[in-house]
Each structure stands twice: as C-alpha cells, then as structure tokens.
Design a protein around this ligand. Sequence first.
Ligand code: ADP
Length: 406
Amino acid sequence: MNPKDDGPTHPHQTNKTVAELQARIEALEAELKSAQQNSIKSHGYKVVATHTSNSVLIVDPEGVAQWVNPSFEKLSGRLAQEIIGKPTEKFLVGAETNLETIKDIFEQMRAKQSFTYEVVHYNSQNEPYQIITNGEPILCEDGSLLGYAMIETDITLLKVMEEALTNAYKSAEEKEAAKRNLLANLSHEFRTPLNGILGLGQLLLSTTLDEEQADYTQTILESADVLSGLIEKLLSMTPSSQPEPTTLERIDLRKMLSAKVCQHEQESQNKDIQFALEIAENVPAEIELPWMQTYKILNFICENAVKFTDAGQILLNVELKEENSLSFTISDSGIGIHPDALPLIFDEYYQVDESHTRAHGGIGLGLSLAKKIASNIGATISVESTFGHGCTFTLCVPISSEPVGG
Ligand code: ADP
C-alpha cells in the first residue's frame, strides 16, 4: 500500500486502530501463554506416566492395548511392541485370574466409571503376579469414551506377607487355645496332689513323731504351702480364670485379723520382726464386707511385708474411713521401694530387683493379682514408700452400710 494514496487520517480513527491492534496483541499473547501451558501439561503428563514406578496401560473401549509405560514392560516382562494392538485378555489373563472380576471391569468400562480391583495377571514367563488396578476413563469433550488408563500397583509381595501374617496369627491363636486348655486342666492336676500332700502332712504331724521327724514334716508342709500359693497365683492370672463371685460376709473382724496376724507371726519372729495389729475404735464389732477377697489381698501384702523386711516391725492398722469404707494400712520397716519402681509394682511379673527376688522368692504376681481382685470388689489399693526405710500399702474396701443385725 502506498501511503501517498491515503487521504489525511483522522486522529480519532488512528486511536481506534491502535486500540484494536493492542487488544489483538493481548489476545494473541494470552492464546500463546495458554498453548504453552497446555504443552507443558501434556508433556508433563507423558513424563509422569513414563517414569512412574506404577505400571500404566492405556486401552481402547474394547480393552485393546494402546500404550504401556516402561514399568508395565518391566513388571509384565513384555515389550510395548508385542502388546500394542492386542486385547489385554490375550496376554494378561491366566488360570488364577478371577474371570468374574474381568467381567466387572468391562461392565464398569461400558458405564464409563472409575474402578479399583485386585487382579491376578500373568507375565511373559506365564507366572502370576497380583496387582491393584485403578481404571480411569479417558473422555472426549463431548463425553464419548476414548479409552481407559489403568494405573497398576504390584502387591504380590504384600499378599505373600499378608498370607504369612494370617497363618502366623491363626497358628498363634491355636497355640493360645491349646495353652488355655492345658492351664485349665493343669489347675486340677496341680491342686489334687498338693491337697494330698498338705492333708496327709497335717495328719502325719498329729501322730507321735520324734523332734526330727516333726521338724521334717513341718518343712514339707511349709514348702507345699508355698508351692500351693504360687500355683494359685499363676492360675489366677490365666486368661480362662474367672473372678470369684463377690459375696458379702458378716464377720468379727478383730477375731479374723488376729488369726491372720498369728499366721504371719511365726515367720516374723524367725526374722526378728514384730508383727502388730491395731484396730481403731470406730470399727464395729461385726462388719459386712467381701471378706474372702479382702483376706487374699491382705495376705499378698503381708507376705511381701514379711519377705522384704529383715528387722523392725510390721503394723496392720484398720480404720473406718467413711461410713461405708474400711481402710487397711500395712506399714513395714523393710527395704522400701525406689521411686522409679513405685508406679510399676502393680504390673504383672514386675519385680524391682531380680537379685533381691532370688533371695526372697516370688514371681512378681502377688500385687498385680491384689490389684485385680481389688478392682473386682470395688476396692482401691495404693502404696507409699521411703526408699530404704519401708513401705505403706493402703487398701480401702467398701463395706455394707446397713446397720449390723438390720
Ligand atoms: P513377688 O511375688 O515378686 O513378691 P509382687 O507382685 O507381690 O511379686 O511384688 C512385686 C515387687 O514389688 C516385689 O518383687 C518387690 O520388688 C516389690 N515389693 C512388694 N512389696 C514390697 C515391700 N513391702 N517392700 C519392698 N518391696 C516390695
């Protein structure tokens, strides 16, 4: 165009042309930017699909392979050129493949749905491997189905581990059941001969024996008694053991506790310990409480007090704390418990110091059992100690608030 041919341009017209050109340029720049972004996106998708460790297979709506990534080639042992153009069921399906699942997959594809299935595929060596396949439809803008992208994760190893774990769990459960049975039977097997030893020992002791024979018999009885206590503790901790029913008994507490103290007195005297009983005046002459369980707990605590005290005194103090709570406090002047160990002593099989335990005997079950029994009867049990100077155990037992004789 020859500028000379143009007539004089109106300034308003020039401004309009410049504005149009600027708008056009901006539109072109925006288009270019969007094209660049799309290009990055589509190249990016390809890079991701090519380099992901998941295997990727793209099929057409009939399930004919169109594209696979290197991870798919590696897992299946087949090259892309051997697969592309072939229906997937020709090279992936084998004897262990669940055909119902394959049918379901095709149904989902016809419905253009996403899906996730566990499937057994076969590699080029005809060896099965297990995958989780996640199928995503590839749709045209008009909604028609172009094909499917299957993103697959190899779970063969996971399945092997899962099976091993299931088997291990099953066998552990079977062993546990066998152990429970054995313990239930052992309980009877242990108690019967022990009762024989204890019963006949007592009888023997009531016959005419010389001093040495009486001494031996007494030792047999004491040993059988210790053994019997240990067996009771062990059996009470077995999963099959049921807590004894809580029965409230009306008892003369002073009489019962004096008998209890006498029981420990002999042993205490052998060790130069004084075992004292103090019952506060506010404790009624007769009282209704779960005596059998209370007695067992007191026994465990007193046994320990004697066991872990070499000299000094053990005091069993009883007080009515509230109208319906009786507090038993057992203080000893023994070795005490280190503050670090204090929160742990009610745990099963816990013993503060094994070397000490070897010297004193025990299996670390008494206090955990005491705690279990206490919780069954709604009682509480706690401990305080000054390390090296003894312990104080407190047991609070709920008692019937009904007036005695009422
Ligand atoms: P064990 O059969 O070993 O006595 P327990 O459960 O009765 O088991 O007690 C757990 C541990 O708590 C004991 O091994 C001991 O270390 C500690 N213990 C319990 N009572 C006392 C006590 N009166 N004095 C010092 N240590 C104690």
